[in-house]
Every structure is written in structure tokens, then in C-alpha cells.
Design a protein around this ligand. Structure first.
Ligand code: NOJ
Length: 574
């Protein structure tokens, strides 16, 4: 048993974001201070101790800006204000201040591809004539066919249905069409216009001046569309199947490079990010960061977003979409580190977020299972126990990898998706736009259980929750797990503490061979010179640790001192 080729370590004094663990808070669903059933900023501030105790470095907040909530806040009507549902600007300031007091950095969401249809610019565009400067800040076009009755091209919305909606002109006649890659109520900006670019630079400054530490950039690969807006026959799926988080498929064919689609990953997006990087750098030390949400294939294209003068990080959706199969995991880890190394960036790692089925649920199906996006009560149900066991092992594997990791709220509790949301309560526009063939993302967005015996499981002071919490969530509540040996919460706390102690995030990685095809085994050598041996066993035969290995933590019980199936251990190895 010997380590093979190594991925190089980072510098000991590497900037924070090269090794940070960043926790995603979905404001609607984390904590509700006023009892209206929807989470809010004061609720988050009051619960920040949870993140300090967990041991993360930063939190990323999904959008809390003024919005009609047609896509849960990813439809922004005012980029410089807080929606009354979530609080006020003063509440945002208080949250940032408190987080910093606790040693937590704050990353906010930036949604530059599209606004809400309630944004003043879009309202002005509707009121202005075709060809006006007001229309030109969005992508308005005349329709095809007699009377312009047909959409300008054949592009489809990621959420289903056509990507174009026809407007009624101020004089009451049917008029032009506007592009929306997502919901009808999310019109795409025209990034060829200097005014759009200037506006977003001003928005960045607005939040940087309020003290935020960075931005997660929504649909970072979508801003620039190919000139002429040519037809394209691919449909982009938002969520992917159980084992396939890739979003871009030609129906019935293998995935093609994303940039072949005229609205994704066009080269022009990189000019935008270079200018943003310069803007952030002008704020000096410590670094403020940009993280790309870019569903881009192949990986050689996706790392272009994290070249030295562009963004700092990009989500590694390749890792998220990898099935629970040892050789696939080894391959994606190796590939990810190589790709990030090629541009001098750290890799990131992520298993769950607000757009995908939680990994405790995803992994409760057999590897390779295909099913629609989101799970309903009538769909085949996951094996919850198996899913949790594998989820704990997958997280222990992820948190042992060098680079930066993203956690999604509730995963530290081992929370599964709710598969019980009744269709009439579903809010995700994908459900409606797909005619119900896709259940959508509500199942992973259900409010968090804090106290097993309190109303709304401690989410807020009343029984109200914007999505119903399934009864089983009580058993996952924070108060059932805090201080309980072997609980998922205590496992996450231990992993995060040890990760810091042995400098996992800045370490080097070398795979260990000799365990066979069902095991992922590697050594992460931290800058503190501790050699962390990580063994994840995905096969039925328990495996032994090498002589001298000193067990630090295990995602589940060992069998006679050996690592059983669907279990990951960390050990110090002299
Ligand atoms: C990606 C976000 O994560 C998702 O929630 C949203 O619906 C789309 N972008 C559109 O903004």
C-alpha cells in the first residue's frame, strides 16, 4: 500500500478562500423571527452561533433583495434593498456585523443574468416603444411569421416552455417578444450595453461598502448571448437526474460542450469577470471573492472562470453529480484537482444546494437510478437509512479534500428532502412550467428543524412554515443532535475541527493504491506535516487500516476495527 502521484500543497499562508468551508443559508428556510412562516435576516442573525459552533469559515446567503419571489428571490426588483419579507437594510447590516464578530465572513448572491419583471428598468422597457434605449437594456426582438406571432427563435427556458414571452404594447396591440432563459418573470439583461455593466459594478460597490466579503454569481455562464441569437435544438435541464447533475443535454444524445449552445459559456463573459475582479481587488486585503455558478462542460472550459484575473472559485458540479462509485469518485477528484491546478486555483467541492435533491436523499437510491427532478409522494421513495449512511461517508470524504467546500443548510443534520410536499403547495416555477412532469426544488427547501418539540420545530415562533415540514424532521432537529455522540451534527463538528487542525484545505493529495476498486483512499498531507489517511469504503468487504494508523474520526461504526461498507474514516498515519 503506497501513495501514488501527488497533487501539490497550497502555501501555508494561503488566502482564506483557498481552503474555506462556506455554509449556504437559504433565507426563506433557515430561521423565522416574526412568525410569518418565512425565514428572515433577524432570524439568521439570532442563529449565527450555530455556524460558529459548527466551525465553518463563512456563510453564503441566497438572495434577500426586493423581489416578487417568482423564483424565490432569484428575480430581483431592487438590487440595493432588502425585501420586506426578509427585513430591512439595517437588518442586513446587523447580520454582517454579527457574523464578523463571530469570525464568519459573509458572501451574498448576485443575480446579473436577469432581473425581475418588477424591476423599474423592465417596467420602463414595457412602457417604451420598440427600438428604444429602455428596451435595449433587455433582449427584445420582433417575432417571426405573419404578424410576428412566433417567437424570434426556438430557445427553450431552463424551467420548461419557450424562452420568449410576447408583450402587449402600450397601445394595446400584440408586440415584441423578450428573452427569459428562466421564468417569464425573469427577463434577461442585454450585457452588450455599457449601462448594464455600469449598473452591476455599482451594485457590487454598494454591497462591498456595506462590508460583505464576496459574491456568489448566479448563472455566471449565461450573461452573453451569441450575436444574432441563432436557433439551437438543445434543451437545458436545470437539475439533472439522480446521478447526472449536468444540465446540458441534447435529448437522447450525449452531452455536448456547453459553449456550443448560443446562450451559455460564450467567451465574452470573461471580460465582465475580469473587470469585477479588478474592482474587488481595489478593496484591498483581506480578499473579497467571486464564486461562479457556471454549469459548464467540459471542465477545461469551467476553469476558465477561475483564471488568476477572474473569479476566485467556481462550484464543482462535476463532483456533485458523480455517482456513489469509487472509481468515478477517484476520477472526478483527480480531474478536478488537475483542472484547478492548471490555472493555479483551488478546487471546490459541494454535495448539496437549494437546486438539487439533498445528498442524504439522492444517495438513498441505487447508483445509476434515473428519475425526474424532485421527488413526490407517489414516486419511488429513497432508502432513508442507507442515504444517510452514505451521505455521512460522502461528506467525510469531501471535507478531507484540499481546497474549499460548500455545505447546504440542514445537511449537517443529515436532513433528507421532503418527498411529501403536496402539489398544490409547490412554489418552484419548474413544477408549473413543466406541466408537473418535474416536481422541482421545493423538497430541499423545507424550513430547518431546530427544536423537536417547538412549534414549526423551532423554525419560528408560530406554527407557520411556507412549506410543510414532514413529521420525520423532528427526529433530525438540532436539539436532538447537539452533544449526542454519533449524531450527524457532532460528526460535522468533529470533521470541521479536525480539518482545521491538520490543515486539510491547504494540504497535498496522493491516492493510496492497493485497496481495490471499491475503495477511495488517499493521504492528505497538511502544511503542519500531519499525514491524514482517508479511507472511504463503498464495497461490501470491510477493509483494514494500515499498521500504525491512528483513527481520528469515522462516519459510522467500525466492524472489528475495520472500515465497513459506505463508511469513511480519517486517521493519522505516521
Ligand atoms: C440558479 C439558482 O441557483 C436557481 O435557484 C435559480 O432558479 C436560477 N439560477 C435562476 O436565477
Amino acid at each position: 500500500m503506497a501513495p501514488t502521484s501527488a497533487h501539490a500543497p497550497d502555501r501555508a499562508d494561503a488566502p482564506w478562500w483557498r481552503h474555506a468551508v462556506i455554509y449556504q443559508v437559504y433565507p426563506r428556510s433557515w430561521a423565522d423571527s416574526d412568525g410569518d412562516g418565512i425565514g428572515d435576516l433577524p432570524g439568521i442573525t439570532a442563529r449565527l452561533d450555530h455556524l460558529r459552533d459548527l466551525g465553518v469559515d463563512a456563510l453564503w446567503l441566497s438572495p434577500f433583495y426586493t423581489s416578487p419571489q417568482a423564483d424565490a428571490g432569484y428575480d430581483v426588483a431592487d438590487y440595493r434593498d432588502v425585501d420586506p419579507t426578509f427585513g430591512t437594510l439595517a437588518d442586513a447590516d446587523a447580520l454582517i456585523t454579527r457574523a464578523h464578530e463571530l469570525g464568519l465572513r459573509v458572501i451574498v448572491d448576485l443575480v446579473p443574468n436577469h432581473s425581475s419583471d418588477a424591476h423599474p428598468w423592465f417596467r420602463a422597457a414595457l412602457a417604451a416603444p420598440a427600438g428604444s434605449p429602455e428596451r435595449d437594456r433587455y433582449l427584445f426582438r420582433d417575432g417571426k411569421g405573419a404578424g410576428g406571432d412566433l417567437p424570434p427563435n426556438n430557445w427553450e427556458s431552463v424551467f420548461g416552455g419557450p424562452a420568449w414571452t410576447r408583450v402587449t404594447e402600450p397601445d394595446g396591440t400584440p408586440g415584441q417578444w423578450y428573452l427569459h432563459l428562466f421564468d417569464t418573470r425573469q427577463p434577461d439583461f442585454n450585457w452588450d450595453k455599457p449601462q448594464v455593466r455600469a449598473e452591476f459594478e455599482s451594485v457590487l460597490r454598494f454591497w462591498l461598502d456595506r462590508g460583505v466579503d464576496g459574491f456568489r454569481v448566479d448563472v455566471a455562464h449565461g450573461l452573453i448571448k451569441k450575436a444574432g441569437l441563432p436557433d439551437h435544438r438543445a434543451r437545458t435541464h436545470m437539475l439533472g437526474d439522480t446521478e447526472d447533475a449536468a444540465v446540458h443535454v441534447l435529448d437522447g444524445e450525449s452531452p455536448e460542450p456547453t459553449h456550443h449552445t448560443p446562450y451559455w459559456d460564450q467567451d465574452g463573459v470573461h471580460d465582465v469577470y475580469r473587470s469585477w475582479r479588478a474592482l474587488l481587488d481595489s478593496y484591498g486585503s483581506p480578499d473579497r471573492i467571486l464564486c461562479a455558478e457556471a454549469w459548464v462542460e467540459p471542465q477545461e472550459r469551467s476553469v476558465r472562470y477561475i483564471r488568476p484575473d477572474e473569479m476566485h472559485q467556481a462550484f464543482n458540479f462535476d463532483f456533485l453529480g458523480t455517482p456513489w462509485v469509487a472509481e468515478d469518485l477517484v476520477a472526478v477528484i483527480d480531474r478536478s484537482l488537475d483542472a484547478a491546478d492548471s490555472v493555479g486555483a483551488p478546487s471546490t467541492w459541494v454535495l448539496s444546494n437549494h437546486d438539487v435533491v439533498r445528498h442524504a436523499t439522492r444517495l438513498g437510491y441505487a447508483p445509476g437510478t434515473k428519475r425526474p427532478n424532485g421527488i413526490g409522494a407517489e414516486d419511488p421513495q429513497p432508502d432513508r437509512e442507507l442515504g444517510l449512511r452514505r451521505a455521512r461517508a460522502a461528506t467525510a470524504l469531501m471535507l478531507a479534500l484540499p481546497g474549499s467546500a460548500y455545505l447546504y443548510q440542514g445537511e449537517e443534520l443529515g436532513l433528507p428532502d421532503s418527498t411529501e410536499v403536496p402539489d398544490e403547495l409547490r412554489e418552484d416555477p419548474t413544477f408549473r412550467r413543466s406541466g408537473g412532469t418535474e416536481k422541482g426544488r421545493d423538497g430541499c427547501r423545507v424550513p430547518i428543524p431546530w427544536s423537536s418539540a417547538a412549534p414549526s420545530l423551532g423554525f419560528g415562533p408560530t406554527h407557520r412554515t411556507w412549506l410543510p415540514q414532514p413529521a420525520v424532521y423532528a427526529s433530525y432537529a438540532v436539539d436532538r443532535q447537539a452533544g449526542v455522540e454519533g449524531s450527524t451534527l457532532e460528526l460535522y463538528r468533529a470533521l470541521l475541527r479536525l480539518r482545521r487542525e491538520v490543515s486539510v484545505g491547504t494540504g497535498s493529495l496522493a491516492f493510496v493504491e492497493g485497496y481495490g476498486p471499491d475503495v477511495v483512499a488517499f493521504v492528505n498531507e497538511g502544511v503542519s506535516r500531519s499525514r491524514l489517511l482517508v479511507v472511504a469504503n463503498l464495497g461490501p468487504e470491510p477493509v483494514a487500516l494500515p499498521e500504525g494508523a491512528d483513527l481520528l474520526v469515522s462516519s459510522g461504526p467500525l466492524t472489528d476495527g475495520r472500515v465497513p461498507m459506505d463508511t469513511t474514516v480519517w486517521a493519522l498515519w505516521p
